[in-house]
Design a protein around this ligand. Sequence first.
Ligand code: ZN
Length: 279
Amino acid sequence: MSSWNEVADRVYQRRYDPLDVSVCVVAGSDGLLLVDTRCNPREAGELAADVAELSSAPIRWVANTHAHYDHSFGNQVFPDTSIFGHHLIARHFAEFEGPRLESWLAAPESQPHYDWRDVRLTPPTVPVTDVLSLDLGDRLVRFHPLPPGHTDTDLIVEIPDAATWLLGDVVEESGPPMYGSGSFPLGWPGVLDNIAELIAPGDVLVPGHGRPVDRAFLLEQAAVLHIVADGIRSSFDQSEPIESASERVASMSRLPLEIVESAVLRGYTQLAASAGASE
Ligand SMILES: [Zn+2]
């Protein structure tokens, strides 16, 4: 049984299965900001009921930390809100999540733990292109859209008066960093370096999966992601086959082999594309 955890002043985190995904609520005097919406309308409906138990104030705003299904496929349940998200989410839905959703719907037996039938992909109604402040009444939050990292749609939410940051999957605590569909393993560590510049040592960081962490944890994760990115670059330069490169990078980074394999594949594709473009 999960429950709301007040991780900072009027900032609440709840962790849901499947995937131990974090959902957060930031309460202001004018209403509630809900950050991430779970996997489908049924789960999002349960979420809305859980939020109603937390507070009688209305959900007036929703934000997505990125386009992945466990963070955004419940958006349709909140039609009367303004939905904030990275401006590239609509494109990411068209390129990655839409085709994946179609293939899952065509073969539901491949996805026994998920119900995708009623999902209608609902991109943000407020596409965020630059740092944007939102007034919740008695407090502000700031949305920071990021360059490509975990995806090309990452956006972090800063709550300055609570020294708290909702990071989505650019940092993960309960599992390894996920190089999934649409990841950018070469750019991701630099994105974390830049975020670290904005964050103070005592700030509360809420990852997309897992318990709240601090700046030191973020820097440790950045160091691991640097090892992966450097390993991909040097292996590519030496034309090392993907299989042996993955094994080498996995042992250097101590990440699971299948995770590193998808990072190497993505990295090689991106390096080959940029080599082709500069010829
Ligand atoms: Zn993700």
